[in-house]
Ligand binder design. Structure first.
Ligand SMILES: [Zn+2]
Length: 180
């Protein structure tokens, strides 16, 4: 499993791509039946356990999503909100990071992921998530680079080493690949 894989609007996954070592996230930090790739899952659980020690309640509300699930989700957004909204706020099937099993959407104690950016849990994540290998994937000042609007709830596991690089240099995964 390549933890540094780049999936975005230019770099899709194959329709039949399914990570081979998905693991269910512990119920103390997840809604039921959410899965991540094993190494991402273990580090997510450790991160949430450490956050709990600081009275931060972080919960996964979406993690691995199959191609078919993403297809249904995208079609739902087009139907209810229109193509323009769908393409800015959701990913076409095959183009979602969630299909890698390395991306996770979270919420804090207020129970609303849309408002996660205003929570104390978000502040904690901004300070600490890279130590566990997770980065904020779609920052507010990088919308033109990532192609996605700001998503304070969406985190991506890239491994601890790369996460530290991206965090310290304040760059996105796209900028990291452009640089190489
Ligand atoms: Zn997400």
């Amino acid at each position: 499993m390549n933890f540094t894989i780049l999936v975005n609007k230019e770099n899709p996954l194959l329709e039949d791509y399914v990570p081979d070592d998905l693991q269910r996230i512990g119920s103390f930090c997840s809604e039921s039946d959410k899965m991540l790739v094993k190494e991402a899952c273990i580090n997510f659980e450790i991160m949430c356990a450490d956050a709990l020690k600081d009275n931060m309640n972080i919960k996964a509300i979406s993690a691995y999503r199959s191609y078919d699930y993403q297809k249904k989700l995208y079609e739902y957004y087009i139907k209810t909100r229109g193509l323009k909204y769908a393409s800015k706020c959701s990913a076409k099937p095959g183009y979602s990071e969630h299909q890698t099993g390395l991306a996770v959407d979270v919420m804090g104690e207020n129970g609303d992921y849309n408002l996660f950016g205003k929570t104390k849990e978000f502040k904690w994540m901004m300070k600490n998530s890279y130590k566990y290998g997770f980065i904020l994937r779609y920052p507010s000042d990088k919308e033109k680079i990532t192609g996605y609007k700001y998503e304070p709830w969406h985190y991506r596991y890239v491994g601890k080493k790369l996460a530290a690089t991206l965090f310290l240099e304040n760059i996105t995964l796209e900028e990291y690949y452009l640089r190489d």
